[in-house]
Design a protein around this ligand. Structure first.
Ligand code: AHR
Length: 490
């Protein structure tokens, strides 16, 4: 074991709520995320509600999925929502040019998505088409989803079987406008955004397409050029990779690749701090949210699968990315008020993998489920001193942590040790909070490369954690290598 790491509660620091939407997910028309993942159609032998898998609904509800972004991603800027309403056999097809050039039959459309969100008890987050759509098209979509009175679009909605509006709050105005969304310059996109956002009316939370990782100029230009009454959120995308040009296998990785992935994951902290500092300059009251609506690990696709489908396995490395990233978001929840892991099922860092009628919950699922105690809880600011995880001549902080108090007064602390070899001893000073009991859960495994397969779906799952003791307001924790622990103090 290593020298002592310390986590100290800072009871006098200002606190804020950890918005549950930080724990959001993302479902694109990409590979088997929608088709085969969420949706199997209502004639499938797989148990379903209006075509949506029942096993998936139950798992995502248990995980407490707060919001779901759809229909893309890059796909969103090619998507024309009117193709996906009305009788399914009359819907036109389109070619999914970004993802494998497969023909999309539009059988999963607006009603399917929004009704599914109701089943999941989650808030929909629709990504509008700016790249190849029109202002009218997006305005119509908002009216179709949200308008309660009489209007052309609410009439059409009713004709298609839905009387009450769904009241969709979250709307993205384009996706990756700097890339697949149109290769725009920030100045041009900011002007375009102003136009689109002006016509999106009602109770809508409009989210601008944000920076690609460390493109700070993008955030600067948007914050400066877009009037803030039109802007409720600004996005940021960052994926954890070994190297973009050499991503490596999702399962068979070595320590150098693991270290590089974690370095890339922890870079999220720098990104959030720097983008927030720019936002603070233009919006000191922090009215505009930073919405990290794409994040997660990105590796080479599994052998034998379509390279355009981005299907990858999910190991303890992914659990490390999830645990550490969510701690970053919690600790910056004054500005980061929404985020979306990419993507929910069968694409990139998924929480669920499906094959026929079988479903597997990944290590990332378990982290999301363990951390859901932080949703809408009050952040407890902490001071953290961590030992280093050293690889060759590089180092990263081994321990990451965040803490919150829920509405029943129960405190939760999530701890991650990314060190590939060493147990970390942590001393937690709760600053005289007078806790009487402690319990916890751990996600750990023998090897970093371990995963849950279709034949061994429960290989990795949370277990009771016995490595923490409470004495005189001080908690001592022994955190095994590459593990995630969530402690509960009462
Ligand atoms: O999540 C996969 C893709 O990554 C999304 O479609 C796009 O927005 C990003 O580049």
């Amino acid at each position: 074991a290593s020298a002592q790491n310390t986590v100290t509660f800072k009871p006098d620091a200002p606190t804020q709520t950890i918005n549950r939407n930080i724990y959001g997910h993302f479902a694109e028309h990409l590979g088997n995320c929608i088709y085969g993942g969420f949706y199997v159609g209502d004639t499938s032998h797989i148990p379903n509600v209006s075509g949506v898998r029942k096993d998936v609904i139950a798992a995502l509800r248990k995980m407490k999925i707060p919001n779901l972004r759809w229909p893309g991603g890059c796909f969103a800027d090619t998507y024309h929502w009117k193709d996906g309403i009305g009788p399914k056999d009359k819907r036109p097809t389109i070619v999914n040019t970004w993802w494998g050039n497969v023909t999309e039959d539009n059988s999963f459309g607006t009603h399917d998505f929004l009704n599914m969100c109701e089943e999941l008890n989650t808030e929909p987050y629709i990504s509008g088409n700016v790249g190849s759509g029109t202002v009218q098209e997006l305005t119509d979509w908002v009216q179709y989803a949200n308008f309660p009175g009489k209007s052309p679009m609410s009439d059409l909605r009713q004709q298609n079987g839905r009387k009450e509006p769904w009241k969709v709050q979250f709307w993205g105005v384009g996706n990756e406008a700097w890339g697949c969304g149109g290769n725009m310059r920030p100045e041009y996109y900011a002007d375009l955004y102003r136009k689109y956002a002006t016509f999106m009316q009602g109770n809508v939370f409009r989210i601008a397409s944000g920076a690609n990782g460390p493109d700070y100029n993008w955030t600067e230009v948007l914050m400066k050029n877009i009037p803030h009454h039109l802007l409720q959120g600004i996005a940021l995308h960052h994926y954890s990779t070994v190297e973009w040009s050499k991503k490596g296998d999702a399962v068979n990785f070595n320590e150098q690749q693991y270290f590089a992935t974690m370095k890339s994951a922890l870079f999220m902290d720098t990104l959030v701090i720097k983008h927030s500092a720019i936002m603070d300059k233009y919006d000191p009251a922090k009215k505009v949210a930073l919405v990290v609506d794409e994040w997660g690990g990105w590796y080479d696709v599994e052998g034998g699968t379509n390279p355009g489908f981005l299907f990858q396995q999910n190991t303890m490395r992914d659990a490390m990315i999830a645990g550490a990233t969510l701690n970053i978001f919690n600790n910056h929840s004054d500005r980061v008020r929404m985020a979306n892991l990419a993507q929910a099922i069968n694409v990139l860092q998924s929480v669920i993998l499906t094959k026929g009628d079988v479903m597997v919950l990944t290590p990332t699922y378990h982290v999301m489920e363990m951390y859901n105690v932080h949703q809408d809880a009050t952040l407890i600011p902490i001071a953290l001193h961590s030992n280093d995880y050293v690889y060759k001549n590089e180092k990263l902080p081994a321990v990451s942590a965040s803490a919150s108090k829920d509405k029943n007064g129960v405190t939760h602390i999530s701890l991650v040790n990314i060190d590939a070899h060493k147990t970390q001893d942590i001393t937690l000073d709760t600053h005289g909070q007078g806790y009487k009991s402690i319990s916890g859960r751990i996600l750990a495994s023998a090897k970093l490369q371990d995963y849950n397969s279709f034949t061994k779906p429960d290989n990795i799952k949370p277990a009771d954690f016995k490595g923490a003791t409470l004495k005189n307001n001080q908690v001592s924790v022994k955190l095994p290598p590459f593990s995630v622990v969530v402690l509960e103090l009462k």
